[in-house]
Design a protein around this ligand. Structure first.
Ligand SMILES: *[C@@H]1O[C@H](CO)[C@@H](O)[C@H](O)[C@H]1NC(C)=O
Ligand SMILES: *[C@@H]1O[C@H](CO)[C@@H](O)[C@H](O)[C@H]1NC(C)=O
Ligand SMILES: *[C@@H]1O[C@H](CO)[C@@H](O)[C@H](O)[C@H]1NC(C)=O
Ligand SMILES: *[C@@H]1O[C@H](CO)[C@@H](O)[C@H](O)[C@H]1NC(C)=O
Ligand SMILES: *[C@@H]1O[C@H](CO)[C@@H](O)[C@H](O)[C@H]1NC(C)=O
Ligand SMILES: *[C@@H]1O[C@H](CO)[C@@H](O)[C@H](O)[C@H]1NC(C)=O
Ligand SMILES: *[C@@H]1O[C@H](CO)[C@@H](O)[C@H](O)[C@H]1NC(C)=O
Length: 682
């Protein structure tokens, strides 16, 4: 019997001092194994304080765990009822995880011994049953900070029972239940709550004042509910509010000058047709309005058409916004048809803007706004619109732009007849000509076939994505000015043949993605990209790699999906000896020439044996072929000669001899006959 179990089972008061001493002795890493003797089979100690009895099929609360255990994981067992005094042996538990059991009954005294419990996780049980008595079992937990009741089939009225008398509680998780309504009294019992998760319920209605008493509330998630309208949001102390995935058509904050503390507001995936009003959130830095129905950023005011005096001073589509700290704005997946230049110019701290998947189309119709340039914007996502012309004034009002994503548009870069030098289309022919600070540009999936000497952003361009433009053909001149800046280039999925891949020397190139093309050889220009370290060649038509053109810094190359020749893999050995890794070598294959079925084999395998045999059989086939030709020619000649003379000595020989083994057929002329004979002579 180990000393630990003596401690655990020691009862007499006289032995208490000794037990404590022994216990202290055991507070060393070597003592852990001693403790585990008293653990239920399958439980693990993780350090001195944590025990995990996860997924062991336990039906009762384990007894006689080490006294040191403060954190007990009993998740995913089969506890159904927690009996009175069940937790008697663990009075010092701080954290108890009972997630994923089948709990439906908590006897009134079941948690009574856990005076110091801080966190109780009851997620994924059936505490909707007997909720009145079960909730009373929680009353003694006077130090409870965190209570997780998610996924317990709880309905609205049951919640107030569990929340009653929870004045110590800071964090409450009620997500994934069946709540439809929050009453004014729901959270009265837990006035010190800092965060509440109510996501994944069916909340339709929130009574006014439901959160009023919660003066310290900082985080609230109401995501994935059925809310239609928030007409006077008044939680001024809140930092984070998540209202995503509801059915909101309207969101309005309260008027007044005690400012909101809100920093993160997620309104994505709703049905908003207008911006929240009034938009004065001085500490907001993240606003997500993705996936709504905004057609303009104008305020939602049905009265304005009737009241011409109400027309906003700026412009109908640009509401006044007081968002001085906003850095991230997501307007993607709406129905906006123009860049809201006036609105954006009020956002002095904005760094990242997404307007992907909207209805931007002809950006040249829009004239630059009057406002000052928006200096702070670093990243602009315009993916998935229908932009055909991209005017250069965008870079004039966004001089600090570093990353621009124009993927999934219909950009036309080649000269159009009306695009004169001085006309309204000035700047359209060289849209990127003034993008002096742009570092990342994506022109992926635009149906581009030529770049037509478009001046790509000069000087600083670091990465360029031209992937997904099937049929693209490049000439070295397309990369004018980029030879010393471009580090990353993607030409993935363009179906380009080697002849259409006109790359100049890209001296600084580090990563090149050429996957999904029709290359039969590596571009020779790679030999002037000495720093290249990552190369993706998947899904091409390569039979071998010319390692001569690859620089010394290459670290990884992806190769799967090429018809490499199994019997000329010398280059693979060269790569290996240069420490170049082939991360997808398991998926790469090669072919044995000869085209038989099943001649495809994993690239990484050792092919020497099969290749020797193949070479042998190859020569064999050659011999047979030559023999047949020789035989044919010979017999033709012979018949011709025989018709003439019929007495040439070798013709007679030929007839007289028995048919030789095909591989010994002497058809290659004298030398090979001699060669073949040599082994026989040995
Ligand atoms: C629980 O423990 C207390 C004190 O040890 C004891 O008085 C009480 O009878 C126990 N209750 C049950 C139901 O075992
Ligand atoms: C709070 O708990 C006490 C016992 O600790 C109980 O008497 C009281 O009824 C409870 N109050 C509510 C509102 O449930
Ligand atoms: C809001 O909740 C949704 C759904 O739970 C989640 O995906 C999203 O990340 C949350 N938003 C924020 C800003 O945390
Ligand atoms: C607004 O703030 C001023 C002082 O800053 C105060 O006198 C006034 O009462 C406040 N108004 C409201 C509606 O809170
Ligand atoms: C905005 O919300 C959408 C949907 O919930 C999400 O996909 C997107 O990543 C969010 N945007 C940001 C910037 O977090
Ligand atoms: C874009 O707008 C201009 C000015 O209104 C117009 O002349 C041009 O035809 C439009 N281009 C396209 C492709 O719609
Ligand atoms: C390859 O890597 C091994 C171990 O990581 C190292 O010892 C060896 O020097 C490397 N060889 C080359 C050519 O870099």
């Amino acid at each position: 019997m180990s000393m630990a179990s003596q401690v655990a089972s020691g009862t007499g008061p006289s032995s208490l001092g000794l037990s404590l001493l022994l216990l202290l002795l055991h507070l060393s890493p070597e003592g852990i194994s001693g403790h585990s003797a008293s653990l239920p089979p399958g439980c693990l100690m993780m350090g001195l304080l944590k025990a995990s009895c996860q997924g062991l099929g336990l039906r009762t609360f384990p007894t006689a765990l080490p006294l040191t255990v403060a954190h007990l994981d009993l998740s995913h067992n089969r506890l159904q009822v927690l009996q009175d005094n069940a937790t008697r042996d663990q009075p010092d538990l701080r954290h108890l995880d009972l997630r994923g059991n089948q709990l439906e009954g908590l006897a009134p005294g079941s948690l009574l011994p856990l005076r110091w419990l801080h966190a109780l996780v009851l997620a994924g049980n059936s505490l909707n049953r007997r909720y009145v008595s079960n909730s009373q079992a929680l009353w003694p937990l006077s130090h409870l900070r965190l209570l997780d009741l998610s996924a317990n089939h709880l309905e609205s009225d049951m919640v107030s029972f569990y929340v009653a008398n929870r004045s110590s509680l800071w964090s409450l998780d009620l997500s994934n239940n069946l709540i439809t309504r929050l009453a004014r009294s729901t959270f009265l019992g837990a006035p010190k709550l800092l965060d509440i998760d109510l996501s994944d319920n069916y909340i339709l209605q929130i009574e006014a004042g439901a959160f009023e008493g919660l003066l310290q509330l900082r985080e609230l998630s109401l995501a994935r509910n059925s809310l239609h309208c928030i007409s006077d949001f008044s939680l001024r102390a809140l930092w984070r509010l998540n209202l995503s995935f509801n059915a909101l058509q309207f969101f309005a904050t309260e008027e007044g000058n005690w400012s909101y503390q809100l920093q993160v507001l997620d309104l994505s995936h709703n049905q908003l047709r207008a911006m929240p009003t009034p938009l004065a959130l001085p500490h907001l830095h993240h606003l997500n309005l993705s996936d709504n129905r905004l057609t303009s950023l104008g305020p939602h005011s049905p009265s304005s058409p009737r009241d011409p005096e109400m027309v906003p001073t700026q412009s109908a589509s640009d509401p006044a916004a007081d968002l001085p700290e906003l850095t991230d704005l997501d307007l993607s997946r709406n129905q906006l048809d123009r860049l809201p230049v006036g609105f954006l110019s009020q956002l002095s701290a904005l760094q990242r803007l997404s307007m992907g998947w909207n209805c931007l189309q002809n950006m040249s119709v829009q004239q630059p706004g009057p406002g000052p340039p928006l200096l702070s914007l670093r990243s602009l996502d315009l993916q998935g619109n229908r932009i055909q012309t991209f005017p250069s004034w965008v870079f004039e009002i966004l001089p600090g732009l570093r990353a621009l994503d124009l993927g999934d548009n219909e950009l036309q870069l080649c000269a159009r007849p009306e695009a004169g030098r001085a006309g309204p289309f000035q700047g359209l022919r060289q849209p990127f000509g003034s993008a002096f600070h742009l570092k990342h540009l994506s022109l992926s999936r635009n149906g581009l076939r030529r770049l037509c000497a478009t001046r790509l952003p000069p000087a600083l361009l670091f990465s360029l994505d031209l992937s997904g433009n099937p049929g693209l053909a490049l000439v070295p001149g397309d990369f004018r000015g980029l030879q010393h800046s471009l580090h990353e280039l993607s030409l993935r999925g363009n179906g380009m043949a080697s002849a259409h891949l006109g790359l100049p020397c890209l001296w600084e190139l580090r990563a090149l993605d050429l996957s999904g093309n029709q290359l039969a050889s590596l571009p020779q220009s790679l030999n002037c990209s000495p720093s290249l370290h990552s190369l993706d060649l998947r899904r091409n038509l390569l039979q071998a790699l010319d390692t001569e053109v690859l620089g010394a810094h290459l670290r990884s190359v992806f190769l799967a999906g090429n018809p490499f020749l199994c019997c000329s893999l010398g280059w693979l050995a060269t790569l290996a000896s240069a420490n170049v890794s082939v991360p997808d070598s398991e998926e790469a294959w090669c072919v044995y020439p000869g085209g038989e079925r099943g001649s495809r084999a994993p690239l990484a395998r050792d092919h020497s044996h099969l290749c020797n045999r193949w070479q042998w059989r190859g020569t064999q086939a050659g011999w047979v072929l030559l023999a047949v030709i020789g035989l044919f020619l010979g017999s033709c000649g012979a018949t011709a000669l025989l018709q003439n003379s019929g007495k040439l000595p070798w013709a007679r020989q030929l007839r007289a001899r028995p048919k030789p083994e095909p591989e010994h057929k002497p058809t290659l002329g004298r030398e090979s006959v001699v060669e073949r004979r040599e082994p026989e002579q040995k």
